[in-house]
Design a protein around this ligand. Structure first.
Ligand code: XLS
Ligand code: NI
Ligand code: NI
Length: 463
């Protein structure tokens, strides 16, 4: 979220370009890059073309684009600077003067919409504070936001790019260092609530199809100073008010919670999918919220890449996906572009099995590496990830339509389809009856092989 860029004072961005030329509403930001074409036979060296993603190709009765519903996130791609705790920004964009001015915010937004259009994604996502600078009072902040939202509306209408989801940044400002909806101070809780109220209004105005809550600092660093039950009760109140206000203003998008186990907080309350589902059910919020799953968070929680996608889908709670990946050898949220076809195949298998992800989508909550400094890298990264998901989709289509794996999984559970197994499935038995079953039928002897390697080999057949 850092906007840690050098502030130019002379209107130049350091590479000869003058950022003021981008104040012109007709300025072109990505000169020399046109609409990204499909070129299946370009060879390995051509990475500025789609090899597999064909938005209108029919897959299981729907165009590819309807299964994938790609989205670009504004925070990484237009606010990321490559700065890290050890070094200065490396991603210096010619239109960005590094300032927090409204003029800079407008240039970034125009650059964003040109990028979305040339890439050919149907959606974008943002945090309130990504797009407009915070003022010194809530009134001033909301005024800034309204002005930029007006421009966003204009650009959405002009390009046809839609808003997959909006969210509030309730973690970057110093006031939120101890949390937002779980903050020990009621004044800060109120500030976060006011921010979410405005966020929902903005989401409605821009036709957002969802609204996301990621609880970056909803958690604790030491249990010694923390009343966990109080914080969780308050957090539930926070979510309940948001659901009520959504209904009150007639915002029809889905509300989504994005689990993450840690970073920045040591322990985050929204640890993983099952934790969030349990929380929502405990507080009676499960009809009002679904989940936005980010696989890099899933792996940080110590699970396999697709685990939270599968778990939330199994409970009808998979609302959207922040399709990125971590680095298995680094223990933090590296937010890399998903390039592993096995991972994308597993994700798309679940998406196909549940009949689609709408009104959610695949949002690229990903950032180019600090060392990928060219403007072209912004495209190549997204194109590569879109093609990876397109391939995953085609693999999953084949896997599901051949029905080999599903048939074998079904067979593995077939003992629950009749006799005592059917009674278990229907919840129509008891410990006494099952004891009698064992006494009559003897101990189980034919313990079947789990055949893990067989299943792994079958998956490899499709990848
Ligand atoms: C951070 C999260 C964040 C959310 C939106 O780790 O992934 O980017 O998606 O607040
Ligand atoms: Ni995310
Ligand atoms: Ni993340």
């Amino acid at each position: 979220m850092s906007s840690f860029a050098p502030t130019a004072t002379d209107g130049s961005s350091g590479d000869g370009a003058n950022y003021r030329e981008f104040d012109d509403p007709n300025a072109e930001f990505f000169k020399g890059i046109g609409k990204i074409p499909l070129k299946k036979d370009g060879g390995a060296g051509e990475t500025m073309v789609f090899r597999t993603y064909e938005p209108n190709k029919q897959v299981m009765g729907k165009p590819m684009k309807d299964w994938l519903r790609f989205s670009v996130c504004f925070w990484h791609t237009f606010r990321g600077t490559g700065a890290d705790p050890f070094g200065f920004p490396t991603l210096i964009r010619p239109w960005d003067d590094g300032s927090n001015s409204m003029a800079n915010a407008k240039r970034r937004l125009r650059a964003g919409f040109e990028f979305f259009s040339k890439l050919g994604v149907p959606y974008w996502t943002f945090h309130d504070r990504d797009i407009a600078p915070e003022g010194s009072t809530l009134t001033e902040t909301n005024k800034n936001l309204d002005e930029i939202v007006g421009l966003a509306q204009e650009l959405q209408n002009k390009t046809g790019v839609k808003l997959l989801w909006a969210t509030c940044n309730l973690f970057a400002h110093q006031r939120y260092m101890n949390g937002a909806g779980s903050n020990p101070d009621a004044h800060i809780f109120a500030m976060a609530a006011a921010q979410v109220k405005k966020g929902l209004e903005v989401a409605k105005k821009l036709g957002a199809e969802n609204f996301v809550f990621w609880g970056g600092r909803e958690g604790y660093h030491t249990i010694l100073n923390t009343n966990v039950r109080k914080e969780l009760d308050n957090l539930a109140t926070f979510f309940r008010m948001a659901a009520d206000y959504k209904k009150k203003i007639g915002f029809t998008g889905n509300l989504l919670i994005e689990p993450k186990p840690k970073e920045p907080a040591k322990h985050q309350y929204d640890y993983d999918a099952m934790t969030v589902i349990g929380f929502l059910k405990h507080y009676g919020l499960d009809k009002d919220y679904k989940l936005n799953i980010e696989p890099n968070h899933t792996t940080l929680a110590g699970h396999g890449y697709e685990h939270d996608i599968v778990m939330s889908s199994a409970f009808g709670m998979l609302g959207s996906i922040d399709s990125n990946t971590g680095s298995p050898d680094l223990g933090w949220d590296t937010d890399q572009f998903p390039m592993d076809i096995k991972n994308t195949t597993m994700v798309m298998k679940t998406v196909l099995e549940q009949g689609g992800i709408a009104p959610g989508g695949l949002n690229f909550d990903c950032k180019v590496r600090r060392e990928s400094t060219e403007l072209g890298d912004m495209f190549i990264s997204h194109i590569g990830a879109m093609d990876s998901f397109a391939r995953g989709l085609l693999n999953a289509e084949k896997l599901l339509s051949e029905n080999v794996i599903a048939k074998q999984v079904k067979e593995r559970y077939s003992s629950y389809e009749s006799g005592i197994g059917k009674k278990i499935t229907d919840g129509q038995t008891s410990l006494e009856e099952l004891e009698k079953f064992i006494l009559d039928n003897g101990n189980p002897t034919n313990v079947a092989s789990g055949r893990q390697e067989h299943y792994e080999s079958m998956l490899n057949y499709y990848v």
